[in-house]
Design a protein around this ligand. Structure first.
Ligand SMILES: CC(C)(COP(=O)(O)OP(=O)(O)OC[C@H]1O[C@@H](n2cnc3c(N)ncnc32)[C@H](O)[C@@H]1OP(=O)(O)O)[C@@H](O)C(=O)NCCC(=O)NCCS
Length: 248
């Protein structure tokens, strides 16, 4: 369902003069009130976030579950992973979150991020909620430098193969007026839905409001602006269906 995104409201919090610097940090980063919650977050990050090698991996596997909403068995966190609103992040079993990933569940009234069993997030991949929700189905496999932005709901089906530099853009701007910049005009968010078993070539962009059917293939560098049916192969800018896998 389309909604007006509230990204600007979140940014405005940074400049709210009625709030102390601590309160702003806590609401943007920790996402829950309470001094001891802040202290716990700070200590765990300080002790383990940047610690290299096996000791870092071990400490993060023991300590991050104390910050996150729920974490399954055998989950690996690389170094320098950014966690925002960690209580709204749920992770299944056998998940890998590589170095420098961002898990940002920020939002005033969202549910946050769900990462199902067997998901792999390649290095530098960013999951970024701005009051939306992100769901990654079982075994979804992201190459490095991918980005999921969610002002609405972004749902990636199971067994997705997502090559490097792919970007799911779950939100948009309006530009009806010409007397004020786009930056200050209303934002919208319809969300993005990806069926099971879809393969995305390198550098694909999927724009807000798009649904991609199961077992589709999207060619490298495509910009997907409209829905793509099940089993289709689509390429180009804007992405056009060139084949159906069931017919070839
Ligand atoms: C989409 C893809 C799977 C198509 O494979 P295919 O079904 O074998 O298609 P073909 O090679 O027969 O190409 C069919 C037509 O689409 C064009 N085409 C193929 N891939 C394209 C792309 N990414 N962008 C634009 N056009 C593309 C071909 O040039 C060809 O055009 P033509 O008929 O005018 O000659 C493949 O080209 C691709 O992009 N793979 C992704 C590779 C990748 O990024 N891997 C990263 C590691 S996971």
């Amino acid at each position: 369902m389309e909604k007006e995104a509230e990204t600007i409201e979140i940014q405005k919090e940074l400049f709210d003069e009625k709030k102390s610097k601590f309160a702003k940090y806590q609401s943007l980063v920790v996402g829950e009130p309470g001094f001891f919650k802040l202290l716990k977050y700070e200590l765990i990050m300080l002790l383990s976030n940047n610690l290299p090698g096996a000791l870092g991996l071990f400490l993060r596997s023991k300590l991050y579950p104390k910050l996150l909403g729920k974490v399954g068995r055998n989950v690996t966190f690389g170094t320098n992973v950014v966690l925002r609103h960690p209580k709204k992040i749920i992770i299944g079993d056998n998940v890998v979150i590589d170095d420098n990933c961002v898990l940002d569940a920020k939002g005033q009234n969202n549910r946050g991020i769900v990462i199902e069993n067997g998901v792999f997030l390649g290095r530098n991949t960013i999951l970024n909620c701005k009051n939306g929700n992100i769901f990654l189905g079982e075994n979804a496999n992201f190459g490095f430098n991918c980005h999921v932005f969610a002002a609405g709901d972004v749902k990636i089906g199971k067994n997705a193969l997502i090559a490097a530099y792919t970007y799911f853009v779950g939100g948009d701007h309006t530009a009806k007026r010409t007397d004020i910049p786009v930056l200050f005009q209303p934002r919208t968010a319809k969300g993005v839905t990806i069926g099971d078993n879809v393969w995305f070539g390198a550098g694909v962009r999927v724009l807000d409001g798009v649904t991609i059917g199961r077992d589709a293939i999207i060619g490298a560098n495509a910009v997907v602006t409209k829905d793509i049916p099940d089993f289709a192969i689509a390429v180009g800018i804007p992405a056009k269906v060139i084949k159906n896998r069931l017919e070839t």
